[in-house]
Design a protein around this ligand. Structure first.
Ligand code: ATP
Length: 239
């Protein structure tokens, strides 16, 4: 088993006086894909926001042995955590290429940045074709690809990915999931994947957690979670 990258214990978070997470325990191994599943409103997005310091949280979050739960988002990013929020968050007025450069703006290794440009254009040929196009005019799927590629330009150790399939046509979703599989193999980045499409997520992931109203109710290998009866009937259409 590979080394533990992220260790979350008793994570609590909420909005104002409303609590959304009631003590989440979750682990992500280096270079693995971990799926975080659950119904609407279960707390998946809130978990990602809490992990990267966008909202107040309690509990302990350890990244590669270092406690990060008290840190500001920019410091967490500097430690190698990249977040692709739902709604994607590209800079719509900038071109594809300018967005990718923004992703690399904290890096000093110019040769490495050039290599990454080539690599990501190989993963995402659509982005290469559209490198001079304004991000705001890209299709939803292309914007999602750009958001993922931009986050990877940071060379993160951990990618927090919120609903990459949201609102996309099935073929585009397949393509994005295929690319995520390649990224895992070649980039040594761990992915914590929040996904409504449980079936696809469980195909790709190594490990999975199921959230219900702010609590983890099931955890295990993706294969074990996929064969769980409750998961099959509620999230996999009973197949
Ligand atoms: P979905 O799949 O629908 O995106 P989710 O599992 O990501 O759902 P969250 O967005 O984390 O769920 O929401 C968890 C709870 O927190 C919900 O009850 C939601 O209404 C509440 N919540 C989320 N964002 C806010 C906010 N900005 N202000 C107040 N309550 C919020």
């Amino acid at each position: 088993m590979s080394e533990l990258l992220l260790d979350v214990r008793g994570l609590e978070a909420g909005y104002g006086s409303t609590r959304a997470l009631f003590g989440i325990d979750l682990q992500v191994s280096a270079g693995s894909i971990t799926a975080l599943l659950g119904a609407n409103g279960a707390g998946k997005t809130t978990t990602l926001r809490a992990l990267c310091g966008l909202i107040r949280r309690q509990g302990s979050v350890t990244l590669a042995g270092q406690r990060i739960e008290g840190m500001a988002t920019e410091d967490i990013v500097r430690l190698g955590v990249a977040h692709v929020p739902d709604g994607r968050g590209t800079f719509t007025g900038l071109t594809t290429e300018e967005n990718l450069r923004m992703g690399a703006c904290t890096r000093r290794d110019k040769a490495g940045v050039r290599e990454d440009f080539e690599r990501f254009y190989e993963y995402f040929p659509r982005l290469k074709e559209r490198r001079h196009q304004q991000a705001g005019t890209l299709s939803g799927g292309e914007q999602q690809m750009l958001a993922i590629a931009r986050a990877l330009m940071l060379r993160p150790r951990l990618l927090l990915l919120d609903e990459p399939s949201f609102g996309l046509a099935p073929l585009m979703v397949q393509e994005i999931f295929r690319i995520m599989g390649r990224i895992r193999e070649s980039q040594n980045v761990a992915i914590l994947l929040v996904e409504q499409n449980a079936s696809l997520a469980l195909e790709l992931a190594d490990t999975a957690y199921l959230l219900e109203t702010g609590r983890i109710v099931l955890a295990g290998t993706a294969a074990a979670v996929r064969s769980n009866d409750a998961v099959r009937s509620a999230y996999l259409g009973g197949d």
